[in-house]
Design a protein. Structure first.
Length: 141
């Protein structure tokens, strides 16, 4: 019985270490987590569906926040892309929240990352929630 509890304790501690290591193994957005093509799709969608509230230059206006520059950095730096995805997916567009597809949202995020000087990479930003949790919006781009 003592051997069983020792094994159980070792398994729990080992699992906790793995979870901690996985949580620390995040990919910074500044490493290129979207493609140029994806950002271009996001730009087109933004101009047709988002710019009327957030401005052509992403500066915001009225109750709509700015999506580029200091406003964006202050709100999202240090947070996972999944948080930005969830915010857009559940609350936008403001007149029909929750109607955007997963692809539309990740394309928009690619455009926002580009607009905030994050470099493009070779692989598209995924629509997988677990993967988006591992991508960190860093401030050192």
């Amino acid at each position: 019985m003592k051997l069983f509890f020792t094994f159980l304790l070792a398994t729990i501690i080992g699992g906790a270490v793995l979870v901690t290591l996985h949580a620390q193994a995040s990919t910074p957005a500044s490493s290129g987590v979207y493609t140029t093509e994806q950002a271009a799709r996001g730009s087109e969608f933004y101009q047709s569906k988002c710019s009327s509230c957030h401005g052509n230059d992403l500066s915001g206006g009225g109750t709509s926040p700015g999506l580029a520059g200091p406003d964006f950095t202050a709100k999202w730096s240090g947070r996972p892309v999944a948080a930005l995805f969830d915010s857009i997916h559940t609350s936008m567009p403001s007149d029909h929240p929750g109607t955007l597809t997963t692809q539309q949202v990740v394309d928009l995020i690619a455009f926002l990352l580009k607009a905030n000087s994050f470099p493009a990479g070779k692989i598209e930003l995924p629509g997988n929630a677990d993967r988006l949790k591992t991508i960190l919006i860093d401030s050192d781009q």
